[in-house]
Design a protein around this ligand. Structure first.
Ligand SMILES: NC(=O)C1=CN([C@@H]2O[C@H](COP(=O)(O)OP(=O)(O)OC[C@H]3O[C@@H](n4cnc5c(N)ncnc54)[C@H](O)[C@@H]3O)[C@@H](O)[C@H]2O)[C@@H](O)CC1
Ligand SMILES: [K+]
Length: 231
């Protein structure tokens, strides 16, 4: 008798479910938030090297855009790991470094021991077509309102229009609500070529297209890689 084989549906979880899983793992003592952040950042670099093997060899130029929460914390880890691999890394922060949550603040300090943190406004002077990689660590599952800051809107436009760099979003393309896959009313979003998320897909990664908002499907699942962070 012939047996039909079906591939299992990928697991999709909401931002609340993801937070609950993280919290349970941390409360059980199995792992710390800082360890999860390190795994997340290293997972992003691993995914980049898997997607673009040429970037895994030699030295390249990266711009890392960090936000005010733990998504930004992942970005500090990515910056450090790339710099340790010999890359030329420029990092820009949106928000107040003294108000970062604890794990992100620790990674801010670790990065600051090896590189500069420039204000996000300075990123508007970057020639993105002279970069190999742009890492979007601005907002993840913690986006709580539309992105309206003029500096971010201008930056989103500049990065989205660049031809050369690989654009990698950490967890969620910034500006999209993780649970709806759409920017909250009136907000804009940053285009990504690859999104690297953690543990499981989120609803935003299942969107088939975002016509007129994020051309060519920033959030398509086939461009999203899920990295295990040991939850
Ligand atoms: N220890 C942890 O909690 C871990 C968190 N992870 C990362 O952390 C992310 C979630 O972190 P957070 O909960 O801190 O949230 P985010 O870092 O996604 O964003 C929250 C911050 O952004 C601000 N914000 C939200 N919407 C805004 C808007 N439209 N304009 C301006 N500011 C805005 C909030 O006020 C807050 O400061 C995940 O997406 C993932 O990347 C991973 O590192 C795994 C471990
Ligand atoms: K992001």
């Amino acid at each position: 008798m012939c047996e039909m084989k079906t591939s299992p549906e990928p697991e999709v979880i909401t931002s609340d479910e993801m937070r609950a899983l993280e919290q349970a793992a941390i409360s059980s003592g199995k792992v710390t938030g800082l360890e999860l952040m390190e795994r997340a950042g290293r997972g992003v670099v691993e995914a980049i090297f898997e997607e673009w093997p040429a970037l895994a060899v030699g030295q390249h130029r990266a711009v890392v855009l960090c936000g005010p929460g733990n998504n930004g914390g992942d970005g500090f880890v990515v910056a450090r790991v790339l710099k340790e691999a010999g890359w030329d890394v420029e990092l820009f922060l949106f928000g107040d470094a003294t108000a970062l949550p604890p794990d992100a603040a620790t990674n801010f300090e670790r990065w600051s021991a090896m590189g500069e943190v420039a204000d996000i406004k300075q990123a508007l002077h970057v020639d993105f077509d002279a970069c190999d990689l742009v890492v979007d660590a601005l907002f993840g599952i913690g986006l709580s309102r539309p992105v309206t800051a003029p500096v971010l809107r201008d930056l989103f436009k500049a990065v989205s229009q660049a031809d050369k760099p690989a654009r990698v979003a950490i967890d969620v393309p910034s500006g999209l609500d993780s649970d709806t896959g759409l920017p909250p009313d009136g907000g804009s979003a940053l285009r990504a070529d690859l999104t690297v998320t953690f543990h499981a897909f989120k609803p935003c990664h299942q969107m088939k297209s975002l016509p007129g908002i994020v051309p060519e499907s920033a959030a398509l699942a086939r461009y999203t890689v899920v990295k295990d962070i040991g939850l």
